[in-house]
Design a protein. Structure first.
Length: 430
């Protein structure tokens, strides 16, 4: 038995979906523990692209069990659609293959509206959220006015909770945000069929974990977003509303922290960010444009162009610390082929001082100037490389420099979007 957590080490979209799909081959159960359908995890299997927003990225392995933990916020509309699409494609053949925690909170239409109206109100100061109602749903959870799956699947409790909560949310929408209030009957009748559709999947996931542990199953935890988007450890307030770090795998699933063995961080070979907020190594020139086009850097959830820049080792070092990373996976190495020179950020200059930590305020992080090391690039295409020894010397040097600077071993290197395009250095479950 060994359990592994996978987390993003940058601002999301590091390729977590692809890596989770790959490592599901070594696992029995795959668990999402935070976030919601703000996530967009892309899997390319047998030349077919699947983008998952809520169902864990293990779903394309026919016999593996997928779990949506209590720490996830679930939009029932999106989830039911995703389940239907997967079923049509021959996956998730029965509800025992997808378990959803009875304690997960439900995203309802007023969460989406509040998210969107607030962003509109903020104008240039907006966070650049995905507009999926993620923040407002987590707020309701903490404010103790959320609706959980256990309430949602009982028509009686669902109605009672809506009767309690909606009038206050409607006053907020109308009087503070200038929006149109919701009619309880409309939400109730629309969501009743969704609640029925989800009923067979809902249960006590923490009890399932006990069984899996007893049977020595391997559990893989799939983080969403990235460490710099974590509500505590990220570039606050330009963050998401959940804890994205590995520690939350326990909290957001119901499996105690003593049961977690390895934490694998996923890092892109360069950096991207979607939405607003500071990004020290951002390239606003033709190089940034080049990385966006070559890397296909457009959001898997919203289609927005991603901001691109050089790899920032200060950001990844911070992720190593707050996640307790035991190893790293480097993705999208193939995108860097053909560049004469490649830069790595190894520190920041702030007000005449050199620092190796992320400053605590966004104001300072916006002012820092990255300090770069420059390395020679390589010409060779990497997309067919499957072994370390086949990598060009200069690509090896780039990888080794990252490993040495961060003082962390690599589990694997990804060289293309599909499942096979992978150089595996180590089985993370061993
Ligand atoms: P996630 O949110 O971390 O799962 O990442 P996304 O799916 O949002 O974005 C990663 C994008 O890069 C997707 O389009 C993947 O298909 C693609 N991708 C993943 N790994 C690689 C890789 O090694 N090389 C290339 N070229 N593309 C990759
Ligand atoms: P995956 O799992 C990249 C960003 C949004 C915005 C901020 C807050 O695919 O890596 P939210 O809707 O969560 O309130 O938006 O967080 N964001 C992501 N960026 N990848 C993601 O997920 C993201 N999920 C949220 O763009 O800046
Ligand atoms: Mg994504």
């Amino acid at each position: 038995m060994s359990n592994v957590v996978i987390v993003g080490t940058q601002w999301g979209d590091e390729g977590k979906g692809k890596i989770v799909d790959y490592f599901t081959g070594y696992a029995d159960v795959v668990v999402r523990f935070q976030g919601g359908n703000n996530a967009g995890h892309t899997l390319v299997v047998n030349n077919k692209t699947t983008i998952l927003h809520l169902v864990p990225s293990g779903a394309l392995h026919p016999k593996k069990v997928c779990v949506i933990g209590n720490g996830v916020v679930v939009d029932p509309k999106v989830l039911v659609e995703e389940i239907q699409t997967l079923k049509k494609a021959g996956y998730l053949k029965n509800p025992s293959l997808l378990r959803i925690s009875h304690l997960a909170h439900v995203i309802l239409p007023y969460h989406r509206l509040i998210d969107q109206l607030r962003e509109k109100d903020k104008g240039d100061g907006k966070i650049g959220t995905t507009g999926r109602g993620i923040g407002p749903c987590y707020e309701d959870k903490v404010a103790r006015r959320g609706i959980r799956m256990a309430d949602f699947i009982s028509s009686k409790l669902f109605r009672e909770r809506l009767e309690e909560i909606l009038p206050e949310r409607n006053r907020y929408i109308e009087q503070v945000l200038g929006g149109t209030p919701f009619k309880l009957e409309e939400i109730f009748s629309e969501y009743l069929s969704l609640s029925k559709a989800l009923r067979p999947y809902i249960g006590s996931v923490e009890e399932n974990f006990q069984q899996w542990e007893k049977n020595k199953k391997h559990i893989l935890f799939e983080g969403a977003q990235g460490t710099s988007l974590d509500v505590d450890h990220g570039t606050y307030p330009f963050v998401t509303s959940s804890n994205t770090v590995a520690g939350y795998a326990s909290c957001g699933s119901g499996l105690g922290p003593t049961q977690i063995d390895q934490v694998v961080g996923i890092s892109k070979a360069y950096t991207t960010r979607v939405g607003s907020g500071p990004f020290p190594t951002e390239l606003k020139d033709s190089m940034g444009e080049y990385l966006r086009e070559k890397g296909g850097e457009y959001g898997a959830t919203t289609g927005r162009p991603r901001r691109c820049g050089w790899i920032d080792l200060v950001v990844i070092r911070h992720a190593k610390i707050v996640n307790g990373l035991t190893s790293l996976v480097l993705t999208k190495m193939d995108v860097l082929s053909g560049l004469k020179k490649i830069k790595l950020c190894t520190g920041y200059r702030l007000g005449g001082k050199v620092i190796k930590q992320i400053p605590s305020t966004v104001e300072d992080l916006t002012k820092v100037k990255p300090i770069y090391e420059e390395m020679n690039g390589w010409e060779e295409d990497l997309t067919q490389v499957t072994r370390w020894k086949q990598l060009p010397v200069r690509a090896k040097k780039y990888v080794e420099r990252i490993q040495d600077w961060l003082e962390i071993p690599l589990t694997s290197i990804s060289v293309g979007p599909s499942r096979q395009q992978h150089i595996v250095l180590k089985n993370p479950f061993k």
